[in-house]
Design a binder for this molecule. Structure first.
Ligand SMILES: [Fe+2]
Length: 248
């Protein structure tokens, strides 16, 4: 089974200042690239909004995603507002107590989509994650915006980490099989292993940042998607593919 993940789209309103990046064209280009992979499902791991949630922008994105003809799922990032995302993308049945999270069943694979728009995984979500993982007798797949580990990106680890990553790691480490995590938020490409956890941080469709120093520095304006192949034996392969970004 083939999936594609895209993340941190940061789509702005028409005319909004976006530091010289044409984020709307980047979004249009990346979803056409997604189409060329013909995945069974597309997962968007948050920060659809440029800075703050905008219902009109969400509706514009939804119209283009619907036209692709590929089933897709969205979760919120720290620049999104989960209630507005749930309303526009008709996910209100998965929205409770400020959290938008749910299980995506694809054939016999259960994908767990978590909410971290407030920079934490709530107690209710932790209980849900524990219960859902216990029902998976094999490798598990989790999609979330924030990496649940220190990412080795000093600027992000210091300023914008998942604040209760220790609690989340305890739940993930308790799974007696590998847990493959696909996230974004850090604007870099990285893979980090922690015991049974394999965390894939996927680059964005806005900009990539340098990870080597503690202050923010732009790396490049390429955009990317991640192809994910779920093998029948439970193993997971993934590849990041880059494209030229659009400047304004
Ligand atoms: Fe983010």
């Amino acid at each position: 089974m083939k999936l594609v993940q895209i993340t941190d789209l940061h789509v702005a309103s028409e005319g909004e200042f976006t530091h010289g990046v044409d984020v709307r064209q980047n979004f249009l280009d990346i979803i056409q690239a997604v189409k060329s992979f013909a995945p069974e499902h597309l997962i968007i791991t948050g920060d659809l909004a440029f800075d703050t949630a905008n219902e009109e922008v969400y509706r514009w994105m939804k119209s283009h995603l619907d036209a692709l003809g590929i089933p897709y799922s969205v979760i919120a990032g720290n620049h999104d507002t989960s209630s507005i995302l749930a309303k526009v993308f008709q996910l209100e049945h998965h929205f409770a107590d400020g959290d938008l999270y749910y299980k995506l069943q694809l054939g016999d694979r259960s994908l767990l989509l978590l909410e971290t728009s407030m920079g934490t995984v709530s107690a209710a979500q932790q209980a849900w994650l524990t219960k859902e993982l216990s029902a998976i007798d094999g490798p598990a797949l989790v999609f979330m915006h924030h990496p649940p580990v220190v990412g080795g990106v000093a600027y992000m680890d210091t300023n914008y980490p998942l604040r209760n990553m220790g609690e989340v790691q305890a739940i993930l480490h308790a799974h007696p099989h590998p847990v493959y995590i696909f996230c974004g938020h850090y604007h870099v490409e990285k893979m980090i292993c922690s015991r049974n956890i394999v965390v894939h941080i996927t680059p964005t469709t806005y900009f990539q940042m340098k990870w080597q120093q503690p202050v923010f520095e732009l790396d490049n304006l390429k955009i990317a998607l991640r192809e994910i192949v779920l093998r029948d034996d439970g193993t997971v392969e993934s590849t990041v593919v880059y494209y030229e970004g659009n400047k304004k």
